[in-house]
Design a protein around this ligand. Sequence first.
Ligand code: BTN
Length: 328
Amino acid sequence: MNDITAHILSRLTTVPDFLSGESLCREFRITRSAVWKHICLLRSDGYHIDAVTGRGYRLSGLTGRPVQAEVEPFLTGRRFGRNLAYHTVTASTNILAKAFAAEGAPEGSVVVADSQSGGRGRMGRTWVSPPGVNLYFSLILRPPVPSVRVPQLTLLVAVAIHQALCKLSADLVAMIKWPNDILVNGKKLCGVLCEMQSEPDFTHFVVVGIGININQSEFPALLQDSATSLFLERGRLFSRPELLASVLNHFEPIYDEWLLEDDLSFILPYLEAHSLLQSKEVTVDQLKRSMSGTVRGISRGGELMLESAEGEAILVSSGEAHLRTALS
Ligand code: BTN
């Protein structure tokens, strides 16, 4: 969608009634026939637009796609999501966002895609990203903090997503699984992949990639036991633009507060109250080793605090945690 078409769409979403063709001509300094061409482009893109002689144009149906014009009406923050680039398909929104960030895109810019051909998960895994159903987006941050603090962002984002989900569906029991997953009924609903470009005491930028399974009605056989969606859990469809905006709305103030703090103390009560792993026996797999113990909490620096069978305190800074069943 070109810039003027997108702006006309934005204008149409913000007026409750008809917008005259004349005012669009004036605002965008284009002819009436050019306005009409943009309206036709929007219609061919799936928007329902009424055209009435003497009154102008009125948007009567949205597409439900997470495009700027459909996300913007739900945004309440000042920065996050105000600059949003939508792609029908891309390899990975994280890859695109890193390129934008390297070119100087401002903090709060978002890259969102309807589908990803090479969606990436943690630990080299892929993130299955079919079109038309879920959210795949990446947020660009430029936190003025040393790179050692950056991993804490994953937990902050998990809190924001958790809050957005609870707001949208109050009876959904979602749990945060350290460090980056949201699970419902033991299955994964959402994952976060943070990537950064930094030097030890300077962070150039961080790209926070978020995938949320929203309206997907079935998963490939391999994922059926481990993945779920809001649709499968609640039995109804959810608005992708609204949820995207809500995650950004919740995250912006949490992020701003974190920048003023030295650590995660301010958010630990929330994290622990909704932690899947709290007080559970777990094994955490890292690339070359694994550690087991009972989860005693999350440290102010974001590490998982384990107590081993021998009573030794272990701080785990990264890895994949698994609940240990009675048999294992
Ligand atoms: C995980 O393994 O849990 C993290 C999954 C992160 C997936 C999201 S989808 C949007 C962004 N683009 C990617 O390629 N990955 C992240």
